[in-house]
Design a protein around this ligand. Structure first.
Ligand code: CO
Length: 463
């Protein structure tokens, strides 16, 4: 059996280890080697890369994508898309979702991995439809979580729903690295029995389970795994590409990876890692193994957020209470998977419930919007007393929330006028208005400086 490898060094490893601060110039020279190494795909865009390019790196994310595409001619380029939320945290109207997908495909994305935090597939159906219209590969995600209502039958059902929607493949997304080897074996087995399309697995090394989990998943028939080149693997990142390639070949599976290319790639990234560690951009903390997530059943990132919140309020001695309140809040909210933005919402609410000395005395506007149904349908039943307490007589939305949103693309384009020089600019602005505007102005400034410099140079030559 052949196993596909997706390399994450440019996106998830970059995001998990150095907060997505790797500039294009740092990895430009290795792109051709990455292209010829035999990967199924290179995950290189989406997630936090878009935001980080504009906000911290003074890079146009679209231009970055085109520059990658120019050097990666054979291997498929992959992005992570948050369904109706695109790359942000709120729902966008359908015309924006369609335009974003169309332009991402036009600029070079071949595989779109699409997820919704609640596994409410009404929030990915428009994106999937447009991806298929563009002739690209739509990979539908199932966000993995554990709860009394999440079982193999439920996951098999979700897989079937995705297949019926017309996606080309499915990805189990274990964002917290809590999927154990036996659970992975059973889950992949159940999915392979219920769907015909390929099934991929995405996990992290956070709890140390990652490599064993991948091996058992592949034994159960998993078609592809996400790994990071070894110098950017481990900890909160993915298991190492070379290690999994070695172990799978030894176990009798086939892969297309070329060992000498992997060595070249790793030799290229090793000194970069040393530099990031020296500059403090990479903290050695993220490279360790954090098993507390297994005890508390909350993702590692969420646990460190809870600790930071409590420290800021000089209440770290209440951590145990908060950790026992967290699953109660999650139950009240109908067991949402603890992925962005749900992990933040549940965590903040649990802290507030404990510190206020009264449950739901204060409720954030995000939790209120969630209870109103603006994020989609909760996986389980939401506590009716809580809905009553927070919403009173306000109506709960049961239809697809994006249906209530007015088209936005053309209107924004008119408003921006000359500030936006392309449709891609308009999309950047819709996603991140303030930072995109700042980026556009700085870009204009840079360009006019370059122009006046060349005029001065010409005048100098004439003399
Ligand atoms: Co991930």
């Amino acid at each position: 059996m052949h196993v596909n490898f997706t390399e994450t060094v440019l996106r998830d490893a970059n995001q998990s280890l150095i907060a997505t601060r790797m500039p294009f110039s740092d990895f430009e020279d290795i792109l051709e080697t990455l292209d010829s190494a035999g990967y199924y795909s290179l995950e290189c865009w989406g997630g936090a890369t878009f935001d980080s390019c504009l906000r911290y790196l003074s890079e146009d994310p679209w231009e970055r994508l085109r520059k990658i595409k120019a050097k990666v001619k054979n291997t498929k380029l992959q992005m992570l898309l948050r369904g109706q939320n695109l790359l942000g945290y709120k729902h966008y109207p359908d015309d924006v979702v369609r335009s974003f997908v169309a332009h991402a495909a036009k600029n070079g994305i071949d595989i779109f991995r699409v997820f919704d935090a609640l596994n409410d597939f009404r929030n990915i159906e428009v994106a999937v439809d447009e991806i298929l219209k563009q002739g690209a590969h739509a990979q539908g995600c199932i966000c993995y979580t554990t709860s009394p209502i999440h079982n193999l039958e439920k996951y098999a059902q979700l897989g079937k729903q995705l297949e019926q929607m017309g996606v080309n493949s499915i990805c189990i997304k274990d964002m917290a690295g809590i999927l154990g080897p036996q659970e992975a074996f059973d889950l992949i087995t159940a999915l392979k029995q219920s769907v015909k399309i390929p099934v991929f697995l995405h996990t992290h090394c956070t709890t140390g389970l990652g490599p064993i989990t991948y091996l058992k998943a592949v034994e159960a028939g998993c078609d592809g795994i996400d790994t990071a080149i070894s110098s950017f693997s481990g900890g909160t990142s993915q298991p190492a590409t070379e290690t999994l390639n070695y172990a799978l070949l030894q176990a009798g599976f086939e892969t297309s990876l070329k060992k000498d290319s992997l060595k070249k790639i790793n030799d290229f990234f090793k000194p970069l890692k040393t530099n990031y560690l020296a500059s403090g951009q990479m903290d050695s903390f993220v490279l360790g193994t954090e098993t507390d997530a297994l005890t508390y059943q909350v993702p590692g990132g969420m646990l460190s957020n809870l600790i930071a919140q409590l420290k800021a309020q000089k209440s770290i001695d209440r951590l145990d209470e908060v950790l026992s309140e967290t699953p109660r809040v999650r139950e009240d909210l109908g067991y949402p998977p603890l992925v962005t933005p749900m992990s933040q919402m549940v965590g903040v609410q649990a802290v507030s419930n404990v510190l206020a000395g009264e449950r739901y005395k204060n409720v954030s506007k995000e939790v209120k919007a969630y209870l109103k149904g603006e994020y989609g349908k909760a996986p389980g039943k939401v506590n009716p007393d809580l809905i009553k307490k927070v919403l009173g007589d306000e109506e709960v939305v049961t239809s697809r929330f994006a249906d209530t949103l007015e088209p936005l693309f053309e209107k924004t384009k008119q408003e921006l006028g000359e500030l936006a020089v392309s449709d891609e600019d308009v999309l950047s602005y819709i996603a991140f208005p303030q930072i995109a505007e700042k980026f556009f102005l700085e870009r204009k400034e840079r360009q006019s400086r370059t122009v006046s410099y060349s005029i001065i140079k010409k005048q100098g030559e004439l003399k």
